[in-house]
Ligand binder design. Structure first.
Ligand code: F6R
Length: 593
């Protein structure tokens, strides 16, 4: 997991601009950073381990000569975070510099063979074989483009690569296979990047590089070639997000900003209604639905199972993408496989999508426009939540849910449910208006070690999502459980040190959930109940409560009740002195299996 950028500029220094661009990709990795530029004197390099700001404070990353360069933020896969393992990586004679996102699977054997030829490696990374191979071929007389092409024939795995060479001070050659890569086309300035927010300050015109393609950027413009060396006539897409949308806009953290964007994000998501209608008509008869996803997207999928089975009567499974291969041979042409992914680049999900395509119709519900999943699937629904920078998914979860609700309601011809979705933004605004209450509750629980989150039916996935948010950004153990299942084991863990968050909206499951609430209360647990503002019980009989508009019933509750849970984790995280945007060991987009 990493982020790369590169630029070929006219009459401007590249390094300060690369520093700004790469900072926008810090959500893709933040254990090290580096910038390399090139001019008539050769390759220049600055890099180090740590967050961008820390490294920049020490070595002034933006202070390098040259108007062409590449930059990288790293999330370690091969080799610990260290200066040596940071990108860019330089060839032995120092003539080539390379940034890479992805994994070179056969780097061990390539490295051995290069070492036997006398080449020296300075890092433990898989990437370092790339500049060394390029240099080897350039020494034999190939130019940068051809040397990279020869290198690509040898390496196996996934990559988005940007390479510069001392011989071509105004050129970047880039290549892509299974890792995201876009090209930005400015006015006499050209960029490469893993993701659009990196370059939006400079251009909104973007080319999506496809698998197997390579791109040559220089002062004459951009040329993209396919694997057979044919020039490809690529479409230039206009990105509608502006650079400010990818900034914090006054909030302390992206996560809080993104929680606050949920009401407006939903309005955009709802615009997919006609598209979903058309997709359902085009798909025709299906006898089974399979959702495939990871993490938060998996929780959204679980909600889909409850809705589709109960309303449309279509048998529906939910499979973790990393476990998908064990179910693959149960699919057939009458199965619709729905892939849910914020990034559209999650390696486990993409792998499953490639397998499912062989037998079944595939639909991807994705946030990032032009991402790999959108190009692989037969049908695409965009969640339209805008860029999400905080590592923990918030607004994209709600947008995924909205898409799933629209899909299920249209499938089941449930116009009442479909229409009720228009009210969701207002309910969320009401919660955000009293977020101070959640902040106060959070203050009481910053030093506990374990939490439980329980709910029944549609509130069960909400409980799972509440627990996941807590784990990832507060480092407190949180466990989501079906409320009725608690007595079959985990109740043994409950005592006055374990707060239990109970999700108890009005509806059929209310009475039974209250019984489960009483069970944990009787074991001494501090209960934090999330329920209706008309519910007197939760106001008087539990340790803490947060109430939600009484018109929100348990069917639409997943779209609304998760918001206080996001805020609870956010405030606990901040009050513990942590950075909720950058949880340790995690990255926004997991492009390794
Ligand atoms: C949790 C979170 C992750 C992602 C998971 C899948 O807050 O963000 O659990 O949901 O890594 O990512 P996508 O949805 O991009 O496939």
């Amino acid at each position: 997991m990493c982020g790369i950028v590169g630029c070929v500029l006219t009459n401007r220094k590249a390094a300060p601009i690369l520093l700004e661009c790469i900072s926008k990709l810090e959500y893709r990795g933040y254990d090290s950073v580096g910038i390399s530029t090139v001019d008539e004197n050769g390759i220049h390099l600055k890099k180090g381990s740590g967050k961008i700001k820390e490294v920049d404070d020490k070595i002034d990353l933006g202070e390098l000569p040259g108007s062409t360069g590449i930059a990288h933020v790293r999330w370690a896969t091969h080799g610990i975070p260290s200066k040596e393992n940071s990108h860019p990586h330089i060839s032995n004679e120092g003539n080539i510099s390379v940034v890479h996102n992805g994994i070179i699977e056969n780097f061990g054997e390539i490295r051995e063979s290069l070492e036997s030829e006398g080449y020296i490696f300075h890092s433990q990374t898989d990437t370092e074989v790339i500049p060394i191979l390029i240099e080897k071929y350039m020494d034999k007389g190939f130019n940068l483009e051809d040397a990279l092409k020869k290198t690509l024939k040898i390496i196996k795995g996934s990559y988005a690569i940007g390479a510069i060479s001392k011989n071509n001070p105004n050129e970047i050659v880039a290549a892509r296979k299974d890792s995201p890569l876009i090209i930005g086309v400015g006015d006499k300035d050209y960029f490469i990047a893993s993701d659009a927010p990196a370059i939006l300050n400079y251009t909104k015109n973007v080319i999506y590089v496809d698998n197997g393609e390579i791109a040559i950027l220089n002062h004459d413009g951009v040329i993209v070639k396919d694997s057979k060396d044919n020039i490809v006539d690529k479409k230039i897409n206009l990105i509608e997000w502006d650079a400010e949308m990818a900034q914090k806009e006054g909030y302390d953290y992206f996560m809080l900003k993104e929680i606050h964007e949920q009401d407006s994000a939903i309005k955009d998501t709802l615009s997919e209604r006609d598209n979903i209608n058309e997709i359902i008509t085009e798909i025709g008869n299906i006898s089974r639905i399979c959702f495939v996803a990871c993490g938060t997207s998996y929780h959204a999928s679980l909600t889909g199972k409850y809705l589709i089975e109960s309303m449309a009567g279509i048998p529906t499974d939910v499979i973790l993408a990393s476990e998908f291969k064990y179910s693959a041979n149960t699919l057939n042409k009458d199965t619709l496989v729905i892939f849910i992914s914020q990034s559209g680049e999650t390696a486990d999900t993409l792998k499953a999508l490639k397998v499912a395509k062989k037998t079944s119709k595939t639909l991807a519900i994705v946030n990032v426009l032009g991402s790999s999943a959108t190009r692989e699937a037969d049908f695409v629904i965009y969640t339209r939540a805008g860029p999400e920078i905080g590592v923990a998914a918030t607004k994209t979860y709600i947008s995924q849910l909205i898409c799933i609700y629209m899909f299920a309601a249209i499938l089941a011809n449930n116009k009442k449910l479909l229409d009720s979705l228009d009210e969701v933004p207002e309910y969320i605004s009401e919660i955000l208006a009293k977020e101070g209450e959640i902040s106060e509750i959070a203050s009481k629980y910053i030093n506990v070690n374990d939490f439980f989150f329980i709910g029944r039916g549609l509130s069960y996935p909400t409980a799972l999502e509440g627990a996941l948010k807590l784990k990832e950004i507060t480092y407190i153990h949180g466990e989501g459980y079906a409320a009725g299942e608690l007595k079959h084991g985990p109740l043994a863990l409950i005592d006055d040190n374990v707060p239990v968050v109970v999700i108890v909206p009005p509806g059929d499951n209310y009475d039974k959930t209250i019984s489960n609430l009483e069970e944990v209360k009787a074991r001494g647990a501090n209960v934090i109940a999330i329920g209706s503002c008309a519910d007197e019980f939760i106001k008087t009989e539990v340790t803490d409560s947060f109430c939600i508009d009484e018109n929100v019933n348990e069917i639409i509750a997943p779209l609304i009740y998760v918001v206080p849970l996001q805020l609870l984790s956010y405030y606990i995280s901040v009050k513990r002195g942590l950075d909720p945007d950058k949880p340790k060991n995690l990255a926004k987009c997991v492009t390794v299996e």
